[in-house]
Design a protein around this ligand. Sequence first.
Ligand code: NAP
Length: 247
Amino acid sequence: MNLTGKVALVTGSGRGIGKAIAQKLAEAGASIIINDVADSAEATAQEITTAGKPSLFIKANVCSSAEVNTMIEKIVATYGKLDILVNNAGISRDQITLRMTDEEWDAVINVNLKSVFICTRAVLKYMMRQRYGRIVNISSIVGIIGNPGQVNYSAAKAGIIGITRSVAKEMGSRHITVNAVCPGFIETEMTQKLSEKVKEEYSQRIPLGFLGSPKDVADAVAFLASDEARYITGQYLCVDGGLIAGW
Ligand code: NAP
């Protein structure tokens, strides 16, 4: 996959899966914009630049339309265009439905779902002008199968699939593709919170027998962001070691 000359924004890419996606797209030749709420994410942009690939850090909260619009304007002012958007930023606030607070619900819906709408809306203006764009949304298998204790998270991730299909249909005639990747259990800080017992139980249920790595997700994203995937839109691709195969 060759992304030379492409400009790619990965939200929430200071660490975890987002960082692996940014590194992968940079390896494939794209200029990378690292976005995050934490200043520490600048180190990720520096790492990529040190590895010889151009990279820029822009601090912005993806839940804020104003901050996102300013970020996109800065990208277009710097690079003249924006080809690839990866909506990756996400959080979890797990709790059984009976005990979940409005704050826990709203926080997860805002960061995981509303942000996808805000960022997508902000880039479409430029992608439509270019008559080219690749949008890859990071959903989750729990958006398909649900998960106890994650009513907020699974609703957000299911919503992302709805956004993916709707925008794909709106934008097909402009050669903008919109797809989702649904990771299963991937070893990051988000899943480090799980106990060893839970991880072991999940591993036993995964046909491939092990948890995935951020790079496994990044490889799928790079494919969907490439010209090799030009005839794929409105789809979701599970990167889950077969966990929900046949669901
Ligand atoms: P992670 O390690 O917690 O990383 C999430 C990143 O998003 C962090 O860099 C975080 O910044 C950033 N972020 C949080 N709120 C933000 C905001 N408002 N604006 C901008 N950036 C923000 O999570 P991960 O495991 O890599 O997950 C990445 C994506 O994959 C998420 O959408 C997640 O739901 C999805 N996913 C993960 C798994 C898994 O097994 N890990 C499975 C399925 C789906 P800070 O560093 O400042 O917190």
